[in-house]
Design a protein around this ligand. Structure first.
Ligand code: SAH
Length: 257
């Protein structure tokens, strides 16, 4: 009998942010494919019957290719297994989840998607940053920084206002900051970089568009990190920031809104 595949959003890394649906799917899994961004510390307890396969991707290095992951999903399901593909955050937010769903459908394998808590919203929250706030920001745009944005995209983004959230954006931060400035965004527009949200190593760096590249270099910022550009950053929870030895914290607290 053919098995099935469940794509599970595992949230940003903290077990308490996994959904009931995610925990149920893991408990029932015969095979779990996970990677470095999915919460996997206690996987052997959460998925006690399952064969655990690390398909983890390090930046610039792919131990198992995307095609390889899709083949593993299909092959194990064809062998009759309930295969859980555990992903960081939400499977449909820059997670290549849709590609895996298409591959399963093409192979005639039943597939279900369990949404997860995306890092785009939760990691800023971990640093006390709301993406919207009445009178400050009524919209947020979530952007992939994996490849540099085009001039046109930068122009629209700068003109749109509201909050800009960038995932996979550490490498392209200089391009983004300069581009937004070039298209009229204010030099003092606040920027937050939240590294390794919900882990012991969570660190927040607060700066502004003009200084963020220097500040990020000085702070040794590295992926995984979520960038937040916008006035809402001024609402950041100062407790977390001071604890993390944040840059410009005095300025942040005295300026307020
Ligand atoms: N599907 C995921 C995103 C995958 S892209 C989601 O919905 O969250 C991977 C990027 O997500 C990372 O480069 C980083 O920008 C962000 N990210 C995921 N988990 C994170 C965490 N715990 N802390 C900081 N950034 C994180």
């Amino acid at each position: 009998m053919t098995g099935r595949v469940t794509l599970v959003g595992g949230g940003p890394g903290a077990e308490h942010l996994m959904t009931v649906g995610a925990l149920r799917a893991l408990a029932d899994a015969d095979v779990v494919l996970y990677d470095r961004l999915s919460p996997h510390e206690r996987l052997s307890e959460l998925a006690p019957r399952a064969l655990l396969i690390n398909v983890g991707k390090l930046p610039g290095h792919h131990p198992v290719s995307q095609k390889g992951i899709e083949l593993l999903l299909v092959d194990h399901a064809r062998a009759g297994c309930h295969v859980v593909r555990l992903k960081g955050g939400d499977p449909y937010v820059f997670g290549r989840g849709s590609e895996e769903v298409i591959a399963c459908r093409a192979a005639g394998i039943p597939v279900e998607v369990i949404p997860g808590v995306t890092s785009a919203i939760s990691v800023p929250a971990a640093a006390g940053i709301p993406l919207t706030h009445r009178g400050v920001s009524k919209l947020f745009t979530v952007v992939s920084g994996h490849a540099p944005l085009s001039e046109e995209e930068l122009q629209h983004l700068a003109a749109l206002g509201g909050t800009i959230v960038v995932l996979m954006g550490v490498g392209t931060l200089p391009h983004l900051a300069a581009g937004l400035r070039r298209h009229g965004a204010a030099a003092d527009l606040p920027v937050a970089i939240i590294e390794r949200g919900y882990s012991n190593g969570q660190k927040t760096t607060i700066s502004n568009l003009a200084e963020v590249v220097t500040d990020a270099t000085r702070a040794g910022v590295a992926a995984p990190a979520v960038l937040v550009v916008g006035e809402v950053v001024r609402l950041a929870d100062s407790g977390d920031l001071v604890a993390a030895g944040v840059i410009h914290s005095a300025e942040l607290m005295t300026e307020g809104l």
